[in-house]
Design a protein around this ligand. Structure first.
Ligand code: SAM
Length: 274
């Protein structure tokens, strides 16, 4: 009989958010794989858990996973936790979980806190779908480029470090100035703030109080406008037709192909041929 790999979400700041099931599972496994054993020792001590811990972080995940899979094959049960929140979500763990699947070892998630889910729940944007963008690139040029792909008709969740929050808000305001943003700061902790505002006001909000530039942040960017797929297609079709037809003919054909109004397409065709 193999053991089970339990993937356990832990609090993102408030220890009272640890579910009874997560504590019970941590207490009963043979081994706990932690992103940082010292960080997790506080959580484990708080609940009087004295199970042996091993480190599994981004720099040793592959080698550590080999030994953990061996132990699981020999029937040991193992819990995987990260420093905070849900393992493998912008955190190490996916490699170990993939190896467990490959070895036919049962993987059992013990769901719980995640900063992304908490921020979405408190943002108030329709979120039947959303994009989790994680951390944006640290380098300014790459970050601005990455923003091009975030112009979406549904909310975008971004994790950000305190030393980059101001720069990121400025870049977001430059690109999506007319939208709203939710800044979720220090979730579940003593100085928690969840503030929704126009993006243009976000940097000012941050600078209003010095301590605001510290702590942990999730940003939720409001959805952009839904663009019908045909509007994009119509412009492409128009461009192709304009390659060999005069504007009026191109607009007429593009309207028949896409269902877009001929007059609108004709105006666009004239603009493009100017
Ligand atoms: N696995 C974690 C989760 O499930 O949310 C995320 C880990 S990621 C390395 C750390 C980032 O999550 C932080 O930089 C911050 O963007 C976000 N985060 C974590 N805890 C938070 C909190 N209490 N308040 C706001 N953001 C938080």
């Amino acid at each position: 009989m193999t053991g089970t790999l339990y993937v356990i979400a832990t609090p993102i700041g408030n220890l009272a958010d640890a579910s009874p099931r997560s504590v019970e599972t941590l207490r009963n496994v043979d081994l706990i794989a932690c992103e940082d054993t010292r960080t997790s020792s506080k959580l484990l001590a708080h609940f009087g858990i004295s199970v042996r811990t091993v480190a599994l972080h981004e720099h040793n995940e592959r080698t550590a996973s080999k030994e953990l899979i061996q132990a699981l094959r020999h029937g040991k049960s193992i819990a995987l936790i990260s420093d905070a929140g849900t393992p493998a979500l912008s955190d190490p763990g996916a490699w170990l979980v993939a190896q467990a699947h490959a070895a036919g070892i049962p993987v059992c998630p013990v769901a719980g806190p995640s900063a992304a889910a908490a921020a979405i729940s408190a943002a108030g944007f329709p979120a039947s779908r959303f994009l989790f963008a994680g951390f944006l690139p640290a380098q300014a040029g790459a970050r601005r480029k990455a923003l091009q792909a975030l112009d979406l008709p549904y909310p975008v969740v971004i994790y950000e470090a305190p030393h980059r929050i101001s720069e990121t808000l400025k870049d977001l305001a430059a690109k999506f100035g007319d939208r709203e943003i939710v800044i979720a700061r220090e979730l579940s902790k003593k100085f928690e703030e969840v503030a929704r505002m126009p993006l243009a006001a976000a940097v000012e909000w941050l600078e209003e109080r010095r301590e605001r530039a510290q702590g942990e942040f999730v940003l939720v960017l409001a959805p952009g406008e839904e663009r019908p797929a045909s509007a994009v297609d119509a412009e492409r079709v128009l461009d192709v037709l304009l390659g060999s037809l005069p504007p009026s003919e191109a607009a007429k054909l593009a309207a028949r192909i896409t269902g877009e109004p001929k007059s609108e397409l004709y105006k666009k065709a004239l603009k493009r041929t100017k």
